[in-house]
Write a protein that binds this ligand. Structure first.
Ligand code: ADP
Ligand code: G6P
Length: 457
């Protein structure tokens, strides 16, 4: 069996060096972070948009230790604009995260989305041997299941939706609500992160399509489609082993020695769903109300640039930079500045050293499908505290985290105070329990489980 994975984002992006050689560097984001280890383990084909270096159509990855093949779908500049920056990230992304006021529903962009989804489906059909299961991922490719189904009625097709599925009241604002649902229902099995998302999806099928649902099954056009909540896990043991290796311990010590204060950490793609300005403001409030904390705590925010072609993301960047300047301007004294801001991605080891060094991890999205950063931190920490938004999908699974409502500035500031002052005993007790939970459903269980359900194995 050759598994075929289909996603918009490719797992590694090529960079041409001065010598003309290509280096393939890991892409940053939840989807590729989760799927690359899966494909490395089971092999198969990954089909994704080939951004840049158009001449490379197929490559064996990872570089130097190839385990699977990547087939790269080529898109024109106009297609990237309308399908990726446009319909995917200015319509579906904000709508699914409840930011209706940021949506732009443009029919020209929808048309391009349909065409690009067709191109992906065609590539799957060309690459697939009879019997190969196909696993499609995320909102950029919602129509692909149906488009494959139209030519291969017997194919096993799964789809995982990595972002929230909103209330049907919000979903119905999409002018192509029907078409999108029909596209997804080409799959045999649809996975989402939480029971809430599944419930909203089933209700959209009833209201928008008039479909019948029965338990976790949608009956549509003579077929039965199962919709299940299967939250993604991480490679818990690999993260834990790396975090406790002597090199990382040393790097974490260096970070702590350099700061000389307690460390609050934020790690995100620079995305308006992540609640970064709200987090910075809460930290500013906290310093106003707790003068004793000044000079004793530093917030390190590591933000990786994302989707910079989209206006909302550019505005967010200036807002964040303005806030960092304002809060630092207000509180910096005696060589201490309250916020350190890093505007770049970090490699795995550097990131893990920061997780290891952190006293408190701030994961405070306004809305998030799941949030892998929260899980990565837990797997790497020795006695840190996780402050977690109740609007992250992962909150369901992580009740021992300090859970917060990111829309409530006072509550958020108080949660910081609680986390910073927690006794070592309590921190360890919470962390142990959370780490046990992570181990109970790691990445391997998630991927193997989904593929087994899909193929009926
Ligand atoms: P999303 O899916 O919205 O990108 P997740 O938290 O689920 O959010 O996944 C983000 C992934 O990207 C994680 O694996 C995390 O390690 C990585 N990541 C996020 N921000 C950074 C950063 N600033 N530097 C390096 N890696 C990052
Ligand atoms: C989220 C989405 C993914 C996406 C990732 C990074 O995890 O669910 O589909 O790949 O963000 O965003 P980008 O637009 O850079 O692929």
């Amino acid at each position: 069996m050759g598994l075929i994975v289909v996603s918009n984002r490719e797992p590694y992006a090529p960079r041409k060096g001065e010598d003309g050689q290509l280096t393939w560097r890991p892409s940053i984001g939840g989807l590729t972070a989760a799927l690359d280890p899966v494909l490395r383990r089971v092999g198969g084909t990954w089909i994704a948009w080939g951004e840049g270096q158009a001449e490379v159509e197929e490559v064996a990855l990872p570089q130097g230790d190839p385990r699977y093949r990547l087939k790269r779908v080529q898109l024109s500049e106009a297609e990237v604009r309308d399908y990726y920056h446009g319909f995917s990230n200015r319509a579906l992304w904000p709508m699914s995260h409840y930011f209706i006021e940021r949506t732009k529903y443009l029919s020209a962009q929808w048309q391009t989305y349909v065409e690009v989804n067709r191109r992906f489906a065609r590539t799957v059909l060309e690459s697939r041997e009879p019997g190969d299961p196909v696993w499609v991922h995320d909102y950029q490719l919602a129509l692909v299941p149906r488009l494959i189904r139209e030519s291969r009625s017997d194919a096993r097709i799964g789809l995982f939706w990595h972002i929230p599925w909103p209330s049907s009241e919000v979903f119905r604002t999409l002018p192509w609500d029907r078409e999108l649902l029909e596209g997804l229902l080409g799959a045999d099995l649809i996975g989402m992160h939480t029971p809430e998302y599944v419930r909203h999806f089933l209700s959209a099928c009833r209201r928008v399509l008039g479909a019948e649902t029965e338990g976790d099954t949608v009956h549509w056009q003579g077929r039965a489609v199962r919709v299940v909540d299967r939250p993604i896990g991480i490679e818990v043991d690999e993260y834990g082993a790396l975090a406790s290796s002597p090199e990382i311990e040393e790097a974490a010590d260096r970070i702590r020695r350099t700061l000389q204060t307690q460390l609050l950490l934020g790690v995100d793609r620079l995305d308006y769903t992540k609640g970064i300005p709200e987090r910075l403001e809460a930290f500013g409030d906290f310093l106003d109300r707790h003068p004793e904390a000044r000079g004793r705590v530093t917030l390190l925010q590591i933000a990786v640039p994302s989707r910079e072609q989209v206006e909302s993301y550019r505005q967010l960047r200036s807002r964040v930079e303005g806030l960092v300047g304002r809060i630092n301007g207000r509180h910096t004294q005696g060589g201490w500045a309250p916020i350190q801001y890093v505007y770049r991605g970090m490699g795995r080891e550097e990131l893990v050293a920061h997780y290891r060094a952190a006293d408190v991890m701030l994961v405070t999205p306004l809305r998030d499908g799941l949030n892998l950063v929260a899980k990565e931190f837990l797997a790497c920490s020795r006695d840190g505290v996780l402050v977690l938004s109740r609007f992250a999908g992962a909150a369901d699974e992580l009740p021992e985290a300090v859970q917060v409502n990111p829309y409530n500035p006072t509550g958020l500031a108080e949660a910081l105070n609680q986390a910073l002052g927690m006794s070592l005993e309590e921190k360890k007790a919470r962390l142990t329990r959370l780490q046990e939970r992570l181990r109970g459903s790691d990445l391997r269980a998630w991927a193997d489980g989904f593929v087994a359900e899909l193929t009926g194995a």
